[in-house]
Design a protein around this ligand. Structure first.
Ligand SMILES: NC(=O)c1ccc[n+]([C@@H]2O[C@H](COP(=O)([O-])OP(=O)(O)OC[C@H]3O[C@@H](n4cnc5c(N)ncnc54)[C@H](OP(=O)(O)O)[C@@H]3O)[C@@H](O)[C@H]2O)c1
Length: 246
């Protein structure tokens, strides 16, 4: 359903070629924002833009590999000032700690943390100058619970929640709000493939006894990005079917 609550806002969503990021991009556009969609897979990025247009919105795709710091800086330059930044791009290759490779360790932190850090560093100053803006980091309940083969991923998401709190304090006086959404098991291709057979069992173990849909996370992100959340900053909103309550 279209609303106008984000009319005249410009948003950038990373990792919007699929899954949660795509759903966030479409919902921000439905709420009236002009949405910049990014990721490596251009065909899928263009599909997201088409979905935005079918919903009556305006979208643009900018290709970027956020594992590459030069691409992160170019992305910020190309998109320019934004009102809303959603740091969503992420990978979750699982490994036990003894088997963790250095390459994969660095990749997780480069994509899940460093990219968001330097994108925020590049885009927050204009928000501060205009005295308004909202940043939403997509972290994970994995930041709040232990899992047997997710140590690096879990640590990367805990880092994002720590950045949410730091940035809320750093930019709050300038009216810039920063929050996390921490999803539980969400039915995206990547989650279902990575978690495999355990995905359904894990999802059923939540109090709501099911996996979440990407659109349910998008609703939480759009809320935090909108003026409805005007007094909320530094918060981690879990959208996890009650998982961390158990
Ligand atoms: N699904 C879940 O159960 C769940 C739970 C908690 C948290 N999360 C978090 O939600 C976010 C989205 O995950 P998802 O489940 O929606 O998975 P997904 O469909 O695989 O989405 C991941 C997105 O990140 C982008 N990405 C990955 N590596 C990139 C790179 N090097 N450069 C640019 N973009 C890159 C991908 O785009 P390209 O491949 O086109 O580059 C894709 O659009 C992640 O941060 C994940 O940790 C997911």
């Amino acid at each position: 359903m279209s609303t106008n609550e984000l009319q005249d806002k410009k948003a950038l969503v990373t990792g919007a070629t699929s899954g949660i990021g795509r759903a966030v991009a479409v919902k921000l556009a439905e709420a009236g924002a002009t949405v910049y969609v990014t990721g490596r897979r251009a065909e899928l990025g263009k599909e997201t833009v088409e979905l935005i247009e079918q919903a009556g919105g305006t979208g643009h795709f900018v290709v970027a590999d956020v594992a590459n710091i030069d691409d992160v800086r170019k992305l910020a330059e190309e998109v320019g000032e934004v009102d809303i930044l959603v740091n969503n791009a992420g990978i979750f290759p699982f490994s036990s700690t003894p088997e963790q490779s250095l390459d994969s360790y660095e990749q997780v932190f480069d994509i899940n943390v460093r990219a968001s850090y330097f994108l925020t560093a590049a885009l927050a100053p204009a928000m501060v100058a205009r005295k308004k803006g909202a940043i939403v980091n997509v972290s994970s309940v994995a930041a709040q619970i232990g899992t047997p083969v997710g140590s690096v991923y879990n640590a990367s998401k805990a880092a994002m929640d720590a950045l949410t709190r730091s940035w809320a304090v750093e930019f709050g006086a300038a009216g810039v709000r920063v929050n996390s959404v921490a999803p539980g098991p969400i039915r995206t291709d990547m989650a279902v493939e990575t978690v495999g057979e355990m995905f359904e069992a894990f999802s059923r173990s939540t109090p709501l006894t099911r996996a979440g849909e990407p659109e349910e996370i998008a609703e939480a992100v759009v809320f935090l990005a909108s003026d409805k959340a005007s007094y909320i900053t530094g918060a981690v909103l879990t959208a996890d079917g009650g998982l961390v309550a158990t």
